[in-house]
Write a protein that binds this ligand. Structure first.
Ligand SMILES: O=C(O)CCC(=O)C(=O)O
Ligand SMILES: [Fe+2]
Length: 244
């Protein structure tokens, strides 16, 4: 097995079997039929954020199979890192199911947390994840400062990405697990072109007691349909959130 410190990211085929994927998909569809999923749509350029999410609170109370995978993947990751990682303190954010319909995409971003595991449950046309492993130039002063936002914006421009980045493209497949340093690895999802909804489980981990300056703003941006400031809080934390 690879080591996350030296490998930059890990890609594990058949982390779970096709039957297990089927069983998870059935649970997810049943949940969605009964309770629905929150549709998130933010018109960002060049790639909008357009998908539906079942958040960690719903996972914890209604999707025990998904919740136990969050724990199993945690154990797996801790075999390949020096520093032990934990589920996020925020249950809502820790483990999500993303459902991306035809035409849906996920904008360029970094995650707030250190390590993210993406478990794909099915295959669709399009919907590839694109990422630049360990691409981010991070300031020692922290991930959420205004200067860091500026660096992130510059690094996200196509010119800098094409010139300096080493892009990896991964096509979703049932049972495929991708583990990456989500806060260092710039990533986005290409449009889903057909073949049904793209469904994956997004599992977030971090060192113990990790806290995020952008927490509240980012949560309403990612998990609610309410109107938030036009800019992306991952990149531009407002003065208010910086005071926390
Ligand atoms: O669905 C994917 O492949 C990536 C999703 C993602 O980056 C996220 O939810 O933070
Ligand atoms: Fe992400």
């Amino acid at each position: 097995m690879g080591d996350l410190q030296t490998e930059e990211y890990l890609l594990i085929e058949k982390f779970i079997s096709e039957q297990k994927c089927e069983s998870l998909l059935q649970d997810i569809y049943k949940y969605k039929e009964r309770f629905g999923a929150k549709k998130i749509s933010r018109n960002i350029k060049p790639i909008p954020l357009s998908y539906s999410v079942i958040d960690g609170l719903a996972v914890q109370s209604h999707l025990p199979q998904v919740q136990s995978l969050y724990e199993r993947v945690n154990e797996f990751i801790n075999q390949s890192t020096n520093q032990p990682l934990f589920p996020l303190a925020s249950v809502q954010v820790g483990c999500n199911v993303n459902i991306t319909e035809k035409g849906g995409t996920y904008r360029w971003h970094y995650d707030r947390n250190a390590v993210t595991a993406l478990l794909y449950l099915n295959e669709v046309e399009g919907g590839e994840i694109e990422f630049y492993p360990n691409y981010r130039v991070t300031l020692p002063s922290g991930k959420f400062s205004p200067l860091q936002s500026w660096i992130d914006r510059v690094q996200q421009s196509p010119f800098i990405r094409y010139g300096f980045g080493q892009k990896v493209v991964v096509k979703p497949k049932p049972g495929l697990l991708l583990v990456m340093c989500g806060d260092k690895c710039l990533h986005s999802v290409r449009p889903v072109l057909g073949g049904g909804d793209r469904i994956n489980i997004v599992m977030a981990y971090d060192v113990t007691n990790a806290s995020y300056v952008v927490e509240n703003q980012l949560n309403s941006y990612l998990y609610s349909s309410e109107t938030v400031s036009a800019s992306d809080p991952n990149y531009s934390p407002s003065r208010d959130t910086l005071k926390d």
